[in-house]
Design a protein around this ligand. Structure first.
Ligand code: PA5
Length: 446
């Protein structure tokens, strides 16, 4: 089993009867999703994507990634939200959080356009000085402010460094297949383009060109990633029963806990390489479920680091939370604690012990302590730290998210709330057309 859900540590919080009972509603929500009859059904292209992806584009992604690898030292990926998090999550999960500092044959990868920070742009442009650079801008709408500003800066930098013709060979655009400012601009400028499919929303787009191009540039095997997702898709879509489908069991347990007042879910990993995976998961669940006054608040920690900051709260604070622990069974590297003759630190009882074993013991100890403290723990065990398992895990969470949203009674595939800050920001920045709103907001800010 690539993914195994261990429910042992929720037994004292939810009963088998309750799981069976909610299972009936889950079967219905599962059917609604797979039959594409629920709200937001125009955005379900991700369900079959691992089987039905555009093979011609997939080959072009591989060719472009090889070209980028040869052409540059630095590859800047511009995008925000769903046009950013998936690629970074996979690159760091498979390669490392310290990817750029590692000795490797692939370009350093920097992410831009995911904030409005002047200092980030100052740093990035100075890092690029004297280096060969390629840029990929990703925006489904083609109008998002953060990436648009970063693209203007990076494009200007490439054009003044290489001239327009060579800059054209170094700029890659991932956007809508036909609409939007960015698509129009890319076609006019002659940039190579890739598609964000109409029926795949940003936070479900990691297995489209949005994620795959940067991931391939990092030297990650995108065939295995897709294969893992495809096998997960076959497994989870064909089985509605909570008993036979761990993905549905996850939906059952988290929703039962929510109904009992556990309104915060903390995704836990014991490996820093999962930090951005946690961020990707938070967007997936936060934007999909948090609406109409409902939803489980998605949060995340990296242990044991955060045991020394948030551990106290999780053990002993407000009892409105539960944890979902993602643990990789077979890590792909090991490190033994050295023996020290003097043993002044008293650590010789650990000499020769692999750090993975210590980490797993810390995990087990923490789970038991937190369960005793009233925080239920769902344990999701992933077979290996590799592309196949990660593709499987990505699909596990995507599919669970879709079913969970329907069970909750929301449309998991829209994000109306994201627009509110944008309107205010445009007004305050004086964007044409927002004059009246600007006056009202400035009045409120006085
Ligand atoms: O999931 C989503 O839809 C959002 O997070 C978007 O991906 C994000 O707002 C960026 O949008 P765009 O790709 O249109 O620039």
């Amino acid at each position: 089993m690539t993914i195994n859900l261990n429910e042992k540590y929720v037994k004292s919080f939810v009963s088998d009867e309750e799981i069976n009972e909610i299972g009936k509603d889950i079967e219905q929500a599962h059917k609604t999703l797979v039959s594409r009859t629920g709200e937001g059904n125009a955005f379900l292209g991700w369900i079959d994507l691992p089987h039905n992806y555009d093979k011609e584009e997939f080959s072009r992604i591989k060719i472009a990634s090889e070209k980028i690898q040869k052409k540059c030292d630095i590859f800047v990926v511009i995008g925000i939200g769903g046009s950013y998090l998936g690629a970074r999550a996979v690159i760091e999960f498979i390669k490392s959080q310290k990817y750029n500092s590692l000795k490797k044959e692939t370009p350093d990868i920097y992410f831009a356009g995911c904030n409005l920070s002047a200092s980030e742009l100052v740093e990035l442009t100075s890092i690029c000085e004297g280096k060969d650079v390629c840029v990929c801008v990703i925006s489904k709408s083609g109008t998002t402010t953060e990436p648009a500003i970063a693209f203007r800066v990076l494009r200007g930098m490439l054009e003044s460094k290489y001239g327009k013709d060579e800059a054209k060979e170094r700029i890659f655009v991932i956007t809508d297949k036909s609409k939007g400012t960015l698509k129009k601009f890319a076609d006019e400028s002659g940039y190579e383009t890739f598609v964000v499919p109409d029926d795949v929303g940003g936070r479900f787009s990691v297995l489209t060109a949005v994620g795959l191009l940067p991931i391939a540039v990092a030297g990650i095997d995108i065939d295995s990633l897709m294969k893992g997702a495809a096998d997960a898709s076959t497994n989870y879509t064909s089985n509605t029963s909570v008993d036979k489908n761990d993905c549905m069991k996850y939906v059952a347990i988290r929703n039962l806990l929510y109904r009992k007042g556990k309104s915060t879910e903390i995704l836990v990993s014991y490996e820093p390489y999962a930090t951005m995976f946690n961020e990707w998961w938070k967007q997936l669940y936060g934007e999909s479920e948090g609406k109409d006054g409902k939803g489980i608040f998605p949060s995340s920690v990296i242990f044991s680091t955060d045991l020394h900051s948030l551990g106290q709260f999780i053990q002993d604070g407000s009892r409105n939370l539960f944890e979902t622990v993602v643990s990789v069974k077979n890590e792909n590297c090991s490190f033994e604690v050295p023996y020290d003759e003097a043993n002044i630190d008293g650590l010789n009882f650990l000499a020769g012990v692999d750090m993975n074993e210590i980490n797993k013991k810390a995990m087990k100890a923490t789970i038991l302590a937190h369960v005793d403290g009233g925080a239920p723990n769902i344990l999701i065990e992933v077979e290996n730290r590799d592309e196949y398992s990660l593709g499987y895990l990505i699909y596990f969470f995507e599919f669970a998210c879709g079913v969970s949203g329907y069970l909750l009674g929301v449309n998991p595939f829209n994000q109306p709330g994201v627009e509110e800050y944008k309107k205010n920001m445009f007004a305050l920045l004086g964007k044409p057309g927002y004059e009246e709103q600007k006056k009202q907001l400035e009045e409120r800010l006085k």
